[in-house]
Design a protein. Structure first.
Length: 205
């Protein structure tokens, strides 16, 4: 198991790096092949990342959030999942190039520092802990994604006002679409944050 975890430890950020480069080629060049394989690459990366975190949890017998590096890995996974849902919802692949660098940087930071967890506190084996921390991580990642879409809105609005119709204007979705993606991400964040609060209240009973 340790050998498998060591391979996955660096395979996951490598997959995210490759996926980002593919999104970048699609964004800059409008390459049709790159556009077709963006979603499959990201789905594959997310699935392998999920397997990695699940295997760590099984091997070390706790929820994979025992230290800062495990938390970073879960955060990177949550951000990738939330973005993937937004991409499928709006059927727009052009914003991934702005999100995936964060996923890669968070995950490579985790991979560099992560190691075995020697001290396992009882709370890390509690199912309530998993539901609470998992949902709140998804919530904050959704809010982060909403902020990214908000910045894109400002950039696109500024380009329209100055009548500078360059690559950014050609590749980004319309203002209406970006606004909907922004609101959708905020709504997802609100739902998961509410769920985490409810779980926390039930856990405290």
């Amino acid at each position: 198991m340790n050998a498998t975890l060591q391979v996955l430890r660096f395979l996951v950020p490598a997959l995210y790096a490759g996926t980002f480069l593919n999104y970048l080629v699609h964004f800059l060049k409008g390459n049709k092949l790159a556009g077709r394989i963006t979603a499959p690459l990201l789905v594959g990366s997310v699935l392998i990342h999920t397997v990695y975190n699940v295997l760590r949890g099984i091997h070390f017998r706790h929820h994979p959030m025992a230290n800062i590096y495990e938390i970073l890995s879960v955060t990177a996974l949550a951000l990738a999942i939330v973005y993937l849902l937004a991409e499928f919802w709006r059927k727009n692949k052009s914003t991934g190039v702005f999100v995936l660098p964060f996923v890669f940087l968070i995950q490579i930071s985790s991979a560099i520092g992560i190691g075995p967890t020697h001290e396992i506190k009882p709370i890390l084996q509690d199912a309530w802990f998993g539901f609470h921390t998992g949902s709140i991580t998804l919530a904050y990642c959704a809010f982060f994604l909403s902020a990214v879409y908000g910045i894109m809105l400002l950039l696109l609005h500024s380009a329209l006002r100055k009548k500078k119709f360059g690559l950014l204007f050609d590749r980004l979705p319309s203002l209406t679409t970006l606004a909907r993606m922004n609101m959708g991400s905020t709504l997802v964040g609100f739902v998961f944050l509410t769920f985490s609060i409810v779980v926390g209240m039930l856990w405290a009973l």
